[in-house]
Design a protein around this ligand. Structure first.
Ligand code: BES
Ligand code: MN
Ligand code: MN
Length: 463
């Protein structure tokens, strides 16, 4: 592989502008009001794949948003890399917290990104990271250096659970056959501390509804005499953790894999400053499960968090009322071996069982998925590690992430292949938050690193 740097430097402005055009489309999968935009994003991906050198790029319809499938098969005897990414984004709300509108991308310097970062919803998660692969293909294809076959599968429903992708994969096993799956939809430790994600947490997401009296009541006339659903709900939620911040759902930890001291010692070698972590979030202390470090709490340990809670009167001024209903959205991050459907069941049984007389409880599962861990003694990991070493001048650190990409474990199950998670985002890039951004340096570094993965993976597979 010739050094891609020169090609990237020459085309840098165009690479940036193409991404900026894509970021202007509000492809929010969660909100039907953006359905036309989501479809428009899929069409742009399709044409960008053709321009980058794919022989085929098609829009495959599903019950929901389509999957963009592309391929360039140069020789069936050569290995095949399947690239996965998503073109849908999270809702941008609350809009007032953005410094610039979320779909009018701006490039601005920050302390962490002195060469500038692109601010827009989806810049890092995942349009920017997904588009690195399109541009990496362009480089290899335009300079006649593509060393193997490549397939692209870019979906539009990742942020809402990938339901239709699961069905698509199950029905297209042959079409999607590959030797390795490559995804850039995670992060790394820092620009001078490259890392490769070796684990993702699973997820169970539920909504709960607590119902008390059949109508909203005067809180003076009835207060103290009937169960107040909001009081009850908050009490029930509070009881889900004990004083050590262990989750109290019976059976919740039964299948949790305990890491050996050796593994935990290895993990603790990753550079981390608690002081900087706290300063970046403006908190004076971290909080979590007793007996585990911050990095363990957010990667190898399961968690339970309320993501939203509502009910009663929240308008201007005061209204004296006992609401009939209270609601909460709760997510549980799971670790490998915990089965998300089983955990959802355990939650439901437990939550219903702790409801006092005087209220009724409804638990509605939303979506979920299994966690994932990938070994590092595989050709795929070694090829990725060598690629980072080539472009960063440093060996990357294997690191488990706290986030979830549920479809990854399904890929392994259905397609029988491992996934390599080459993420180039930073935790501080504010994915899912206001002012999401992606470093220009990171974007270009990704485009530079990916071709080396292709080369090393092909070489190592041959030998
Ligand atoms: N790209 C993220 C997941 C991620 C980010 C993993 C950073 C590791 C590091 C993905 O788009 C995402 O947001 N996943 C959701 C789950 C999904 C089912 C909505 C998540 O983790 O909350
Ligand atoms: Mn993502
Ligand atoms: Mn996301």
């Amino acid at each position: 592989m010739q050094n891609p740097k020169e090609y990237i430097a020459k085309n840098k402005d165009r690479f940036l502008n193409e991404l900026i055009e894509l970021l202007k489309i509000p492809s929010v999968s969660a909100d039907p009001k953006y359905s036309k935009d989501v479809l428009k994003a899929s069409e742009i991906i399709q044409s960008s794949l053709l321009e980058a050198g794919c022989d085929i790029a098609e829009i495959h319809e599903t019950e929901g948003y389509p999957i963009v499938y592309g391929e360039k098969i140069i020789d069936p005897k050569l290995p095949t890399i399947l690239v996965y990414g998503h073109y849908d984004v999270q809702p941008a709300e609350p809009l007032e917290l953005w410094d610039a509108p979320p779909y009018e991308p701006v490039v601005k310097k920050t302390e962490i990104h002195p060469e500038g970062a692109i601010f827009a919803r989806g810049s890092c998660d995942d349009k920017g990271q997904m588009y690195m692969h399109v541009k990496a293909l362009e480089y290899m294809s335009k300079t006649n250096q593509l060393p193997c076959n490549v397939k692209f599968m870019i979906e539009g429903e990742e942020e809402v659970g990938s339901d239709n992708l699961g069905i698509y994969v199950a029905h297209n096993k042959e079409k999607l056959a590959n030797d390795i799956i490559l995804i850039s939809d995670t992060g790394m430790i820092a620009n001078d501390v490259p890392s490769i994600t070796t684990g993702l947490r699973g997820l169970s997401y539920v909504e709960v509804e607590v119902t008390g009296p059949n109508r909203d009541l005067h809180s003076g006339l009835y207060g103290g005499a009937v169960a107040n659903p909001i009081n009850i709900l908050t009490k029930m939620i509070a009881s889900l953790h004990d004083e050590n911040n262990h989750i109290t759902i019976p059976g919740f930890y039964d299948k949790v894999e305990e890491l050996s001291t050796a593994e935990r010692t290895e993990m603790a070698k990753a550079p981390f400053s608690l002081k900087e972590y706290q300063a970046a979030l403006d908190i004076d202390a971290v909080y979590g499960e007793a007996g585990y470090t911050t990095n363990e709490r957010n990667s190898i340990r399961p968690t339970l968090d309320v993501n939203g809670i509502w009910g009663g009167y929240i308008g201007e001024g005061a209204k004296t009322v006992i609401a009939s209903k209270a609601y909460a959205k709760i997510s549980m991050r799971l670790v490998p071996n915990q089965d998300w459907e089983e955990i959802t069941e355990l939650f439901k049984t437990h939550f219903e069982s702790i409801a006092p007389k005087g209220v009724s409880v409804k638990v509605t599962p939303h979506h979920g998925g299994q966690g994932y861990v990938t070994p590092i003694d595989t050709i795929g990991y070694q090829a990725a590690s060598k690629a980072y070493e080539t472009t960063f001048g440093k060996k990357p650190i294997p690191q488990r992430s706290g986030g979830s990409i549920p479809i990854v474990s399904l890929f392994e199950q259905e397609l029988d292949s491992k996934t390599i998670l080459m993420g180039f985002g930073l935790d501080s890039d504010a994915i899912h938050s206001p002012n999401e951004h992606f470093g220009v340096w990171n974007y270009l570094k990704g485009i530079e690193t990916i071709p080396y993965f292709y080369q090393y993976f092909t070489e190592m597979t041959d030998s």
